[in-house]
Design a protein around this ligand. Structure first.
Ligand code: DX5
Ligand code: ZN
Length: 222
């Protein structure tokens, strides 16, 4: 079975104690940091930018996965590469020239992902999957942590997995939003490789144990 990944969404961290929360993730079984970048235009919220990304990058050796919920992502791709981000996803809905943007990301030495909003059918990725290292399926509307998981996501993941397998491309599937101990096993069974979790980790009384439990649940197949 391919390696499955847990990515902690730092949107739910305590920013007054960011160093503490980064150390907690470093010392846990968590695989990646997931960094949600919001511009207040593509999504109705503004999160954080380069100084916070740099602070996290300087404090960890775990991979950084940036999820850009911004318009004109091309303008910032190089900056994220310079800061040490190694996986970066941009939104299908925000890119007029998606092929060009993905090529730009790869030319900066990063893995390139395309994120889809809940209303966007996975079939739109058919002619671009060979240029993607991962596809991010949003299981909530982007913009906020702690929202309720949208059930329709399962069938989108199953359909995307079928398309990926039929093309024989090496594209991982990431799910983002409302991931919990209860849905991580069926998401894994549906074909998901990378699981983003924010609220589930940071609101837990013991986040390190929660990460360990999520990893156990994602590796358990029904
Ligand atoms: C939402 C973000 C998510 C969010 C996930 O726009 O893309 O990464 O932080 O948070 P939870 O796991 O709390 O739904
Ligand atoms: Zn995200």
């Amino acid at each position: 079975m391919a390696q499955r990944i847990i990515a902690a969404s730092m949107l739910s961290a305590d920013f007054a104690n960011l160093g503490r929360d980064v150390r907690m993730i470093n010392e846990s079984e968590c695989d990646w940091f997931h960094l949600d970048i919001m511009d207040g235009v593509f999504v109705p919220n503004i999160s954080y930018g380069f100084p916070v990304v740099k602070a996290i990058a300087d404090s960890t050796s775990k991979p950084l996965d940036a999820h850009l919920m911004i318009v004109n992502p091309d303008r910032y791709v190089e900056r994220f590469a310079e800061l040490g981000v190694s996986w970066i996803s941009i939104h299908y809905e925000a890119c007029t020239h998606l092929h060009r943007t993905l090529a730009l990301i790869r030319s900066c030495g990063m893995k390139a992902g395309v994120a889809l909003n809940p209303h966007t059918p996975v079939a739109v990725l058919k002619d671009i999957l060979c240029e993607c290292d991962y596809a991010l399926i949003m299981s909530v509307n982007p913009g906020f942590g702690g929202q309720k998981f949208i059930e329709r996501t399962y069938s989108k993941i199953v359909e995307l997995k079928q398309i990926i397998d039929s093309q024989g491309v090496d594209c991982k599937i990431q799910v983002d939003g409302g991931v919990t101990l209860s849905n991580i096993t069926p998401l894994s069974d549906a074909g998901c490789d990378i699981f983003v979790a924010g609220n589930t980790i940071f609101s837990a009384s013991d986040p390190v144990k929660m990460i360990s439990d999520l990893k156990k649940q994602m590796q358990r197949q029904a």
